[in-house]
Design a protein around this ligand. Structure first.
Ligand code: GLU
Length: 293
């Protein structure tokens, strides 16, 4: 019998076109490209552009320029999230039908105020791995008729995952295989640390967690290589993959490139863009050395 052909590894680089790429992105993109080459795998590119208020076509074009300058090649067509909202909506509808998602009416400000009130009264309020207060759990139990009334009345809302119910509905241990620069081996996922995460927003449709999970499956990604800042988010992604019957890629969360002041580089803080380095005469080989490759 001929053994089935081994599936080619599939990697992806998934930037958000809401600013210029910096050295942290260069490390991510180059690592993905190097690993694809070393394993005879494929490299895909995905524009995470659902945040329509902040993403622009100019930033998207600049990303293609920067990546080409770094020497990367990727398969066409590029998947642009803004063109696939139906895919994310279908996933949301399934979670709603399974009773695992609910409309949440409180604003971020109201949640913060509720947490502060509790903390002022000496009662700790749970916070997620990024430090944001968990959503209060009272709206999980609103009667369906009240939810419908409030939605019909045009009340602004997002859709959140009912974390307790979602975790309870999964009867296998949630783990992932990690080969990155932090903890490695089989990691036990802890999605409850995030509370009732947002699945669908009112301003920018779909959420990072939902769209990244759906896209990694749609694109057949076998290896996710991204920064350590997303290590904990993987717990949510593993839960969503399990709830939606999607395959689990392996993960490599790489070290972050820090600025001179020791903090993580960020687009919004205007940290040195690749373009500036290019203009200053650095070569793409110099960028490889700068990011330690
Ligand atoms: N779009 C995310 C970012 O630019 C990366 C998402 C991911 O790699 O899962 O930070």
């Amino acid at each position: 019998m001929i053994p089935p052909a081994r599936q080619k590894p599939v990697f992806r680089f998934a930037p958000s076109p809401n600013g210029r790429l910096h050295l942290g992105h260069a490390l991510s993109a180059l690592l993905n490209a190097d690993m694809a080459k070393a394993t005879g795998g494929r490299l895909l590119l995905r524009m995470e552009d659902i945040d329509i208020g902040r993403c622009t076509p100019e930033f998207e074009r600049a990303i293609y320029d920067d990546l080409a300058w770094l020497g990367l090649t990727w398969e066409e067509p590029v998947r642009r999230q803004s063109e696939h909202l139906d895919d994310y909506r279908r996933a949301l509808d399934r979670l709603i039908a399974d009773g695992l998602a609910y409309p949440a009416f409180m604003t971020r400000g109201e949640v913060k105020a509720r947490a502060a009130q509790s903390e002022a009264a000496g009662k700790a309020w749970p916070r997620d791995p990024d430090g944001a207060p968990h959503y209060p759990n009272d709206e999980r139990y609103l009667a369906a008729s009240i939810r419908q009334q409030r939605i019909a009345a045009g009340e602004r809302h997002v859709w959140r995952l009912d974390m307790e119910r979602a975790v309870a509905s999964v009867n296998t241990a949630l783990t992932w295989v990690e080969t990155g620069d932090g903890q490695t081996g089989e990691i036990v996922a802890d999605p409850r640390a995030w509370g009732d995460v947002v699945l669908w927003r009112s301003d920018a449709p779909s959420s990072y967690h939902l769209s990244v999970t759906v896209d990694d499956a749609v694109q057949g990604i076998t290896h996710v290589v991204r920064g350590l800042d997303l290590f904990h988010a993987t717990s949510v992604h593993r839960l969503l993959q399990t709830l939606l019957d999607l395959p689990a890629p392996s993960y490599r969360h790489h070290r972050l490139i820090l600025g001179a002041d020791g903090r993580k580089l960020s687009k919004s803080q205007g940290d040195t863009a690749l373009l500036e380095l290019r203009k200053a005469g650095r070569t793409s080989d110099a960028i490889r050395r700068l990011v330690g490759l």
